[in-house]
Design a protein around this ligand. Sequence first.
Ligand SMILES: [Zn+2]
Length: 243
Amino acid sequence: MSSVPTCPACESAAHDFFTEHEGMTLYRCRDCATIYLHPMPDEAALAALYTDAYDGALSGYFSKVEKKLRRSRARMKRLARRVQGGRFLDVGCNGGFMVEAAREHGFDAHGIELDPVSVRYAREHYPANSYFEGRIEDYAPDAPFDLIYSSEVIEHVPEVAGFVAAIARLLKPGGHLYVTTPDISHWRRPRRLTDWDGFCPPSHCVYFTPSSLRALLARHGLETVHTGFAWKPGIKILSQKAG
Ligand SMILES: [Zn+2]
């Protein structure tokens, strides 16, 4: 592991100190303004974080299923106005709610997820779709996708450039990526970082601004075609791979 803070989005080593929190240090990239943890959590720390997620799933994560499905259906309805049918992939699909909503809109729907409890839930409850348990880097589908969706996932990923590169590889030429993540630069973000539910290192290890996320996507051939308006401190971007 490098001891020099290096931006996970653009690989620049030019940085300023941003903040310190519970023994962890965050830096801001001078080149792209992405804020990141350094050092990043290692494999053992990540495994511990996913063990927590596992316990959370057992103790009631899926108790709000109806609400999650309703929200997924509403979001899918809006997305389906821009992308009609084809192959859909949810990267970090949790219990399969968005995958199911995509199937209902006529997509051939797929999901990938690290958490085994979530994958089991998705397979049991929404069995018409396909699921893969594991990392996107290890995922080898039969064909590329028309629409890839990843909501509140990218902020958890230490190797964020590799993650976006893997997504770009899985898209058809002309295919779309819809991504959401917290917005650390948002006008309604609480002034004190610790008052903001989006600030939770080491689980959230990369913090984007809309422009730093658009720049990362563009470096991997994904041009932003729409930036959604967000009342809450979040970023919603629809991008497209060159056709
Ligand atoms: Zn950067």
